[in-house]
Design a binder for this molecule. Structure first.
Ligand code: CS2
Ligand code: MG
Length: 412
């Protein structure tokens, strides 16, 4: 079963997506997501100019060998672009193998370890009232775990606060937070850590008082604190028993989490910007985190993320796969198949896609009463409608950047 066709498809229904479409000589099609928010075209070039010529004629069955060929054979290892490109190939090959076997992919990965995947959604609000309305709306959509992002007095535009502007073609319909903004230049946002540290505990107190003690609550610091600030925030949030505190400090320096761990028992989730097991060595070995946040799309595909999570399982660290709108329905489906088969599954992030995206990607995964399931179709269970995709060519878009009050660039 050799690879006969390999196409890199870029489409921008509600946002830019990069999909690798492989086709074998006996007609099996496989899809892989290679979307890297704000740097999409870098992965497109890596795939089109360097990898696609190497795939044609290759035996589509040999997934591990192809993974090693693309990782070691590149000489230049790791990094977000390389690992997203390798992920696209890896997932497309797993899709083909499962379609050919006539079974949903999770069956090839060891079968189901649970009946469904607990998912969390993004509630947010500039004011506490708006936040309460967003939490209520997500509970009505069936979510049983909720991420809480709140406005901060004195800060106008802020990470994680949904815009009521809505998506193009769906104006006025509140849409969860899509950080990448179409335009020639990234938007500048301001940040004030002290205002944030003062305000956030009160937000969680209000949410707990309003929605009770049982609802699992999550929060994303989005890499903005120093280790000691993260330690103090973790401590001040302990009374509200968070499910997790995410990306509380940039994790390039993994040892920084030793300081945080020394001061707080609030569970820690890290890793959406990490793309290889090497990025987690100290964090996992020293039990410094509780959830691995890497996504299939950004961590070298199912083959490599499975490796990271099996390593984490030895330390009772669970998965918390990244699932924002910039992980395409193909990447989301791959996460669900892996998540259903894993033992150490923790929770899955799930932001709902826009109507145009749902027209481009037909998905067979299901969402019911707070749980996702990859479905029972052979393969990933996602179809890419090429005619629909062609309606929406790439549109330049960037993630925002952040400056402190004194003008210093800060982590967005
Ligand atoms: C975020 C993302 O979902 C999350 O946890 O951190 O929204 C992130 O900002 C985007 O995926 C960046 O592309
Ligand atoms: Mg995050």
């Amino acid at each position: 079963m050799s690879i006969e066709r390999a196409e890199v498809i870029v489409t921008s229904p509600d946002r830019n997506f990069v999909t690798l479409r492989l086709e074998t000589d006996d007609g099996y099609v496989g899809l892989g997501d290679g979307t890297l928010n704000g740097r999409e075209l870098a992965v497109v070039a890596y795939l089109r100019d360097h990898i696609v010529p190497l795939l044609l004629g290759k035996d589509a069955h040999r997934i591990e060998d192809t993974w090693q060929f693309l990782y070691r054979g590149a000489y230049w290892r790791r990094g977000p672009v390389t690992m997203a490109a390798i992920a696209a190939v890896d997932v497309a090959l797993w899709d083909i193998k499962a379609r050919r076997a006539g079974m949903p992919l999770y069956q090839l990965l060891g079968g189901a370890s649970r009946h469904g995947l607990l998912a969390y959604g993004h509630a947010s609000g500039q004011s506490t009232q708006e936040l309460f309305e967003s939490v209520t709306a997500h509970l009505e959509q069936g979510y049983r775990a909720i991420r809480i992002q709140s406005g901060i007095p004195g800060l106008t535009s802020l990470y994680g606060i949904a815009s009521s502007k809505g998506l193009e073609g769906n104006e006025g319909v509140r849409y969860d937070h899509e950080p990448a903004q179409r335009g020639k230049h990234p938007v500048e946002e301001s940040w004030d850590t002290d205002a944030y540290l003062r305000h956030l505990p009160g937000v969680f107190e209000a949410v707990r008082n309003q929605f009770g003690e049982d609802l699992p609550l999550l929060h994303d610091c989005h890499h903005r604190l120093t280790p000691i600030q993260a330690a103090s925030l973790g401590k001040s949030l302990e009374p509200y028993r968070l499910f997790w505190l995410e990306d509380c400090t940039p994790a390039e320096n993994q040892e920084a989490f030793r300081l945080i761990r020394r001061h707080t028992t609030t569970p820690l989730a890290v890793g959406e910007v990490m793309n290889s097991v090497w990025d987690y060595q100290t964090l996992i070995r020293e039990q410094l985190i509780d959830y691995v946040r890497s996504s299939v799309t950004h961590a070298g595909g199912i083959t490599h993320l499975k490796r990271i999570l099996e390593h984490a399982a030895q330390y009772q660290i669970k998965s918390g796969m990244h699932g924002p709108t910039d992980v395409s329905p193909v990447g989301m489906a791959a996460a669900l198949h892996l998540g259903l088969s894993l033992h150490n599954f923790g929770i899955q992030e799930y932001m709902q896609y826009g109507p145009r995206t749902n027209a481009v990607f037909t998905q067979s995964f299901t969402w019911s009463e707070g749980f996702l399931h990859p479905g029972s179709q052979p393969g990933l269970g996602v179809t890419l409608n090429l005619d629909e995709a062609r309606k929406y060519p790439y549109v330049r878009a960037y993630l925002p950047f952040t400056r402190l009050k004194d003008g210093t660039i800060h982590d967005w």
